[in-house]
Design a protein around this ligand. Structure first.
Ligand code: NAP
Ligand code: HSE
Length: 428
């Protein structure tokens, strides 16, 4: 076990970072693991492409079989992305006794349970710290540091692209469309930003966090996801006036034995630590029954932060190999999954209504809230010269989501309400 032989799948942003860290920290890694970590093969799409890092040409291959089934590879480090083909390759690698480290959130959110089963059957490790929030060691925290606690709530800013867009909208009063263009020009947002801006990328990460934190198998389809495409400057401005920042939040909450997991833009009170997480930074706020409040903050993407997590996983695999305990530290969910229904999901809500500006309007609206037993914390009317309707902002006390849906549907049917413009959960 003097030398651990790595098959690296992917030499793009993260793969190049992995090569650099293995190079730059060679001595430290040897001292920590007692083994030389040596890359034996690198899978790429094109062997001719110019690379950010220098690697001997003979290491490059376009044939996945040179890694997945090769007898001279001990650990597969998968940083190429993709789901169906990558799943088959990693299953093959595990079945041939190789350990796996992956940064692939799409794959782990969709097929994590199956891959963990194969790994357990084979006595192999599969670690995926980099799949959520890049360089932030949140998976290790949930599976190891909080193993003694009962996690009640996780709130995550787990998508850097959308946090960059919302931060810019908030600081500069710019529109969503303007900032998205800027984010694309800067390379923060992809040419097709759908997965980020529609909340799907964050939903994948929240499915992984909820599965680990609540120790039950939360599937991607269990995560209700809403993105930021409908967020307007007006929403952000009114939020700010009332002391809130609008953030795309992953919310994973437990009530007794049942949980709810969602991704949605939410008004976060400025005094809450998540409100000051700006730009492309990520943060995960974890509330444990015993530990209370904690928060993990850092870079959620980028070559070196993400590669830090990948190589840390690799170090864990090598340490396990030396102790001969691979496959024994897998965190597999053991609780029955129970999802909360809308009548159990409770929170405060922010509503922006465009209404007729005449006597008796507010009375009709507040009657609807009263009918559904939703109590109001504050009601505000702002004159807006640009809008012939009056704009009313309501913040509720804690209410259940089912009642709120009824309130919204009834408000939309009132003659005096021109539009229920926005509805957001309020945090903090
Ligand atoms: P990337 O820059 O696009 O690199 C992908 C690499 O994989 C490239 O080297 C590419 O080869 C190779 N590749 C892709 N498909 C392949 C295929 N079918 N066969 C052979 N080689 C293939 O991607 P990345 O940003 O490094 O992301 C890699 C993974 O890490 C993804 O799962 C991503 O979700 C995850 N991740 C990324 C970040 C981040 O900051 N970028 C953060 C957290 C997690 P060529 O170079 O020849 O094209
Ligand atoms: N698209 C992701 C983000 C990259 O914006 O955070 C890291 O998963």
């Amino acid at each position: 076990m003097d030398t651990i032989r790595i098959g690296l799948m992917g030499l793009g942003t993260v793969g190049s970072g992995v090569v650099r860290i293995l190079e730059n920290h060679r001595d430290d890694l040897l001292r920590q693991t007692g083994s030389h970590i040596e890359i034996r093969k690198i899978l790429v799409q094109s062997t001719e492409k110019l690379r950010d890092v220098n690697v001997p040409q003979h290491l490059l291959t376009t044939d996945p079989e040179d890694i997945a089934g090769a007898p001279d590879i001990d650990v597969v480090v998968e940083v190429m992305g993709g789901v169906p083909q990558t799943k088959l390759l990693l299953e093959k690698a595990l079945r041939s006794g190789k350990h796996v480290v992956t940064a692939n959130k799409d794959l782990m959110a969709l097929h994590g349970a199956e891959l963990l089963s194969v790994a357990a059957e084979q006595g192999c490790d599969i670690f995926y710290e980099a799949s959520v929030a890049g360089g932030i060691p949140i998976i290790r925290a949930l599976t190891e540091s909080f193993s003694s606690d009962r996690i009640m709530r996780m709130l995550g800013i787990v998508n850097g692209t959308t946090n960059f867009i919302l931060t810019k909208m908030s600081l500069e009063g710019a529109s969503y469309e303007e900032v998205l263009k800027e984010a694309q020009a800067l390379g923060y947002a992809e040419a097709d930003p759908t997965s980020d801006v529609e909340g799907l990328d964050a939903a994948r990460k929240m499915a992984i966090l909820a599965t680990l934190g609540f120790r039950m198998n939360v599937a991607l389809s269990d995560v209700e996801a809403k993105g930021i495409t409908g967020v307007t400057k007006e929403d952000i401005l009114y939020g700010q006036r009332l002391g809130y920042e609008l953030k795309l939040l992953g919310l994973a909450e437990r009530d007794g034995d049942s949980v709810s997991v969602s991704v949605q833009p939410a008004m976060v009170r400025k005094s809450h630590p998540l409100a000051s997480v700006n730009g492309v930074f990520n943060a995960v706020y974890v509330y444990g029954e015993a530990v209370g409040e904690t928060m993990f903050y850092g870079q959620g993407a980028g070559a070196m932060p993400t590669a830090t997590s990948v190589v840390a996983d690799l170090v864990s695999v090598v340490k396990n190999m030396r102790l001969n305990v691979n496959g024994q530290r897998l965190s597999r969910p053991y609780k029955e999954k129970r999802l909360q229904t809308d009548d159990r999901i409770r929170g405060k809500f922010f509503l922006l209504l465009h209404v007729e500006d005449r006597a008796g309007v507010l009375a009709q609206i507040t009657q609807v809230f009263a009918k559904h037993d939703v109590s109001l914390e504050s009601v505000l009317q702002h004159p807006n010269a640009a809008n012939p309707s009056a704009e009313i902002i309501i913040i509720t006390h804690d209410a259940d989501q089912a009642s709120m849906k009824n309130v919204i549907a009834e408000c939309e049917n009132l003659d005096v309400v021109n539009q229920v413009k926005s509805v957001y959960r309020v945090i903090g």
